[in-house]
Design a protein around this ligand. Structure first.
Ligand code: GLA
Length: 673
């Protein structure tokens, strides 16, 4: 067995590499003898309940292969599912386990897939980070033995994203073979690559094994989360383009596929907890005048919440700040001619609340041990259905009573004491997975009850940016770090798999609240438009010139919104390789493109740089707004754009060429017929 390439390897029959599952039974402990039984094949896909998954519109879009396996002694049935997406080089995989014996069986490991590739010569690429610097790109050579990333924080986390890629050594952004693996899941995960001494690379992904076990009673079935496996031979950028299309078409809700997302203003960095109805209405009214579509009231509107120590779970208005409640405020905002959005943190509870004190069993942790604070708050037990229902009722009351068209669902701490008082001791190992199923359940209840509400997910910024949540909420707050140069890196990394239209990105104040850096309004705008555009600063204190700039910025974004959100995306220069970053979008018919270019610290006496574009039609002639002459596509792609005074009009390039840190340019490119 140890020489073979295997499909869903067990342990105990001569394959000493990492196994993809482990079952513990009273009959044979960890031994099992699962054998091939039969297969079935059909158009379309199997039905899925309660878990995010790949959506299929019509049966023609996909085909399913199911391999049935059976252990006649343990009486366990296993099925390996393969869903082939017709239009993409992608396979969706998952596994189910069914106990058909008359006694319980425990699984202590159930990976979503395993695959053995016939080479040891790959690089591993993944997205790493921490709060305020999520999804930075890392590429390392695979070595003999095991390399892995994962999360044990209860959420997919800021630390690693549930995505890895294996690249041929010579693969670049635009050339070469690459295999992408990602989990459609928002909880603890493990992604592992093992290179053996016979030059086979085994890759597997699934729910993290730390603390995991699942007891299957007689007749019960367990389904692993789905994994999306994508192959591309046009480099990393080709892989990203494939992922973007699959996510737009098969993960997010269909109604958000071609919609126009609202340009929003969020009050968080403008006021933090310090606001009242008047200040909110002043911001909303100014926002309306400047062309915003949506005003979002962030944290601090409920209970006695004037700082982050209190009131979570009390989803009733703070009447000291908002005498007319959310109902009154939201209606006044809507009367101004702008939509209203609201922040919630449904999974959390503060110590000073009735919920915490009257229902201690609703809070995670064991009564014999201290519970750890995280941002002064505790985590509700979402593995308990009663908790999910209670929070749904509380949110429903306020949403029914107000004119809310957008909800930001936040989650500001990790799970530490993973113990549920609602689960018996045999079932505690199921907690983490049941918790995230509870999160999905609440998303499902809310999106069904309020289909007109647009959800944006968030977890202390981008701590739960994953395909599981994109299934319910089509956009995610990418990071709490809104500094333009830091954001370029975060958005660049995020674009590896996630579409531009899924990234919440805002212009915020300077000096920036996270890193203290000053960047121009232009650079903050240029960076934020490659996402779902918004602002997060006090527009009422801006000068008249700045307000005009904001109005023009919004107009500019709206002109290009369709191209940015639906165009083909190309990364051109990586901020992880030097001081410059660049990417572009181009329309399907190759007649319009928008290019982003920026640099961080000024390089002294820098060499002349030429930015080579991608995706243009070599034979078409293009005009670059601000350039002195027109150019053919082949010239722009092979020679590139030159950032010089001889190439561009002085007015256009002058400021950019003056020495200075943190400068940006947007190039608008149109075909000349
Ligand atoms: C998190 C979010 C922020 C903001 C605050 C409010 O940090 O990422 O955008 O909503 O919570 O407490």
């Amino acid at each position: 067995m140890e020489f073979l390439r295997r499909e869903y390897p067990d342990f105990g029959h001569g394959d000493f590499r990492t196994s993809s599952y482990e079952i513990v039974s009273s009959k044979a402990h960890t031994l099992s003898g699962i054998k091939y039984e039969k297969y079935e094949c059909f158009k379309g896909r199997d039905r899925v309940f309660g878990m995010p998954h790949v959506r299929i519109g019509s049966e023609e879009e996909a085909e399913t292969l199911i391999i049935h396996l059976y252990d006649s002694f343990l009486q366990i049935r296993m099925k390996i599912f393969y869903l082939l997406l017709e239009d993409y080089s992608a396979i969706v995989r998952k596994v189910s386990f069914e106990n058909i014996s008359n006694e319980p069986v425990k699984a202590s490991k159930l990976m979503s897939f395993s695959i053995d590739l016939p080479s040891a010569s790959y690089d591993l690429m993944f997205l790493k980070g921490a709060w305020s610097r999520e999804r930075h790109v890392e590429r390392v050579p695979l070595h003999k033995g095991i390399q892995s990333i994962g999360s044990t924080k209860g959420s997919s986390s800021h630390t690693f994203n549930p995505f890895v890629a294996l690249l041929d050594k010579k693969t670049t952004e635009h050339q070469g073979e690459v295999y992408g693996f990602s989990l459609i899941y928002s909880g603890n995960f493990l992604a592992l690559a093992e290179v053996d001494n016979f030059d086979i690379t085994r890759v597997m992904m699934g729910i993290h094994t730390q603390g995991f076990s699942w007891v299957l009673k007689e007749g019960e079935v367990f389904y692993t989360p789905e994994a999306l496996l994508v192959y591309n031979n046009e480099g990393l950028n080709g892989l990203s383009q494939e992922y973007h299309k699959i996510i737009e078409r098969h993960i997010i809700l269909e109604k958000y596929r071609n919609d126009v997302r609202p340009v929003l203003i969020n009050n968080w960095e403008a006021t933090y907890f310090n606001f009242d109805e008047d200040t909110m209405l002043t911001i909303a009214s100014e926002a309306r005048n400047l062309g915003f579509d949506l005003f979002v009231l962030d944290d601090g509107w409920f209970g006695k919440r004037n700082d982050d120590k209190t009131s979570l779970s009390e989803w009733t208005p703070n009447y000291d700040k908002l005498p007319n409640g959310i109902s009154g405020l939201s209606k006044k905002v809507v009367d101004l001619g702008i939509q209203f959005g609201l922040w919630f943190e449904p999974e959390m509870v503060s110590e000073d609340t009735r919920l915490y004190n009257e229902n201690p069993d609703f809070v995670l942790g064991h009564f014999n041990y201290p519970k750890s604070h995280g941002r002064n708050q505790f985590v509700l037990d979402f593995s308990n259905e009663a908790v999910v229902n209670e929070i749904f009722e509380r949110m429903k009351r306020i949403l029914n009573d107000s004119s809310v068209s957008y909800v930001k669902w936040d989650m500001n701490r990790s799970i530490t004491e993973a113990y549920s008082q609602s689960l018996s001791k045999e079932h505690q190992g199921e907690f983490y997975h049941r918790y995230i199923l509870g999160v999905y359940k609440l998303y499902e209840m809310l999106t069904n009850a309020f289909p007109h509400i647009l959800f944006e997910s968030c977890a202390g910024g981008g701590g739960r940016f994953d395909l599981g949540l994109l299934y319910y909420a089509p956009q995610t707050w990418t990071s709490d770090d809104t500094d333009a140069w830091e954001r370029v890196k975060i958005q660049y990394g995020t674009s590896m798999i996630y579409p531009i239209k899924s990234m919440g990105s805002h212009v915020s104040a300077v000096p920036n609240h996270q890193v203290g850096r000053n960047t121009s309004l232009k650079m903050r705008h240029d960076t934020a438009i490659f996402g779902t555009y918004g602002y997060e600063l006090d527009i009422t204190t801006m000068s008249d010139e700045e307000k005009i700039e904001v109005r023009n910025n919004i107009e500019f974004f709206k002109t290009y919104q369709n191209l940015i959100h639906h165009g083909k995306f190309y990364r051109l220069l990586s901020p992880f390789d030097g001081e410059a970053a660049s990417y572009m979008v181009i329309s399907e018919c190759q007649s319009k493109a928008l290019v982003y270019y920026s640099h961080g610290l000024q390089v002294p006496n820098a060499p002349l740089s030429n930015l080579k574009l991608r995706g243009l039609d070599p034979a078409k002639k293009y005009r670059i707004h601000g350039a002195k002459s027109s150019h053919h596509g082949d010239e722009l792609m092979n020679l590139g754009v030159l950032f010089t005074e001889s190439y561009f009009e002085k007015d256009f390039i002058d400021n950019f060429l003056k020495p200075g840190d943190f400068k940006s340019l947007i190039l608008e490119i149109t075909e000349i017929k």
